[in-house]
Design a protein around this ligand. Structure first.
Ligand code: TYD
Ligand code: MG
Length: 452
């Protein structure tokens, strides 16, 4: 008898290899290969089926996209103005971040006729009920099904014909047509394509929940990204209450929007004015702190950056970057040393972006530099100053995009002064109530704040 052939599949990106590898050559993930039985193709020869006739694109009638409000304005914005009827959405995130909570709240709030079918392979009906009680949900249009066999789930979907189906989570579902374990790449792919078929044929909106772990152990929803219409990720630090919902892919809208939520004891609440919340806990004028204006999608966000420099007790000074790129930080420290003469060679430098939020926009560079200089010199930066600007290797402050939006947000929140790149200042069209200081180099900016 011929031996069953097996292949090894990367759980992160789906790369296939005939032998096991420690590191995936496609996505560079370590230890992500799974062994899977090769499913034999039926080997049928090409047979003539019914004819496939291409159509003229121009003559097609565009179908109107129907959008339904989810009850969360933050989510609607990320989706591009509401959830599109009949679309397939993947919601990814680490375990315990609040996916099930957010989705249950959506089940309750979503507009439109019909019922919602919540399929869970993770929790029992009682557990969901306890969560619903905690969230204050009392809705007779939510149906619950505790099932992991996809063929039974399919039947239930057809029987109830709901407006919205939730699959929580894709890793727990299995199809008995495939031999590998639930959560493996081939299972996850097969189940998603089954759900996709049923949801597209019947115009049922579907949200699939998928776990991603930091070490990528479970078959990541990454392999599904190309199959679904929309991919959302819920991010945040587990021990902070803020959560960011980010659109990674969207066939019905842009992907550069984020939604902000806060996990409270009664579920997720929207944060409609994130800037004012993120800077509300600030101390009065501490040295080493400054506000920066970053863009998240089309929305400006004011955030506090803190820096602490302290004399290092070891030969090799530490650099710690919480919420920003580590390499970017070491580069900025080098620029600060060389171009502004702040010698940090014997100093540990810690950077913290307040609120557990991650920023990877270069426009925060100037803020990081100024906060570090302020901490080193122990000179406070006034509380009403916002710093915006990318910093280059020669110490120049480079222009950033959407400067007017950032300034307006600072003005709205009562700041009195914005330090911005000179090149941006020249092109400003509007007049603002706050002072706008244009700077060419980091040296200029430090001088203006008395740090030099
Ligand atoms: P959950 O939605 O179960 O996470 P996921 O589905 O992403 O794994 O939520 C997990 C955490 O959220 C849990 O540790 C408890 C907390 N939580 C609250 O803080 N408030 C609430 O109202 C609820 C329902 C949960
Ligand atoms: Mg869950």
């Amino acid at each position: 008898m011929a031996k069953d052939k097996t292949i090894f599949v990367c759980s992160q990106c789906g790369y296939e290899s005939p032998k096991w590898m420690g590191k995936c050559p496609a996505c560079n993930q370590w230890n992500s290969f799974y062994e899977e039985k090769l499913v034999k193709s039926t080997g049928a020869k090409y047979e003539k089926k019914k004819e496939a006739t291409p159509v003229i694109l121009n003559e097609l009638q565009g179908k109107n996209v129907i959008r339904e409000q989810t009850g969360f304005a933050e989510l609607d914005r990320v989706l591009g103005g509401g959830i599109v009827k009949g679309s397939l959405i993947l919601l990814g995130g680490e375990p315990g971040i609040g996916k099930s909570t957010l989705i249950l709240q959506i089940c309750d709030k979503i507009k439109g006729e019909g019922q919602v079918l919540y399929v869970s392979g993770e929790e029992s009906a009682e557990q969901i009920k306890i969560r619903a009680d905690r969230l204050g949900i009392n809705n007779k249009d939510i149906l619950f099904l505790g099932e992991t066999d996809i063929s039974l789930v399919q039947e239930a979907i057809l029987k109830t014909n709901p407006k919205l189906v939730i699959i929580d989570s894709i890793q727990t579902m299995y199809s008995d047509e495939i031999t590998s374990a639930p959560g493996s790449v081939s299972q996850v792919r097969e189940i998603t394509s089954k759900i996709m078929r049923i949801c597209k044929e019947n115009e049922i909106t579907t949200i699939i929940i998928g776990h991603v772990t930091k070490d990528g152990n479970i078959a990541g929803p990454r392999v599904l990204e190309h199959m679904v219409d929309t991919v959302l990720y819920l991010e945040g630090e587990r021990y902070f209450s803020y959560r960011i919902l980010r659109g990674v892919k969207n066939r019905f809208g842009s992907t550069n929007e984020i939604g902000m939520f806060e996990m409270q004891d009664k579920g997720m609440t929207e944060i409609t004015n994130p800037s004012s919340i993120l800077i509300s806990e600030r101390e009065d004028n501490p040295a080493g702190s400054i506000i920066v204006a970053t863009m998240e999608g089309t929305r400006p966000l004011l955030i506090e950056i803190q820096s602490l420099t302290s004399t290092s007790v070891f030969g090799l000074p530490r650099r710690t970057a919480n919420g920003m790129d580590y390499n970017r930080l070491t580069m900025l420290i080098a620029v600060l040393e060389k171009k502004a003469g702040i010698l940090l060679g014997n100093q540990d430098v810690y950077i913290n972006i307040v609120g557990g939020i991650k920023l990877n926009e270069p426009a925060i560079d100037l803020g990081v530099i100024l906060a570090s200089a302020s901490s080193y010199k122990n000179i406070e930066i006034p509380k009403w100053v916002v710093a915006i600007g990318e910093v280059g290797l020669t110490g120049e402050v480079r222009s950033v995009n959407l400067i007017e939006k950032r300034i307006k947000e600072a003005e709205k929140l009562g700041f009195k002064c914005c330090i911005i790149p000179e090149s941006n200042k020249k092109l400003l069209k509007e007049k603002y109530k706050l002072d706008i200081i244009g700077v060419k180099t980091i040296y200029d900016a430090m001088k203006k704040l008395g740090l030099k």
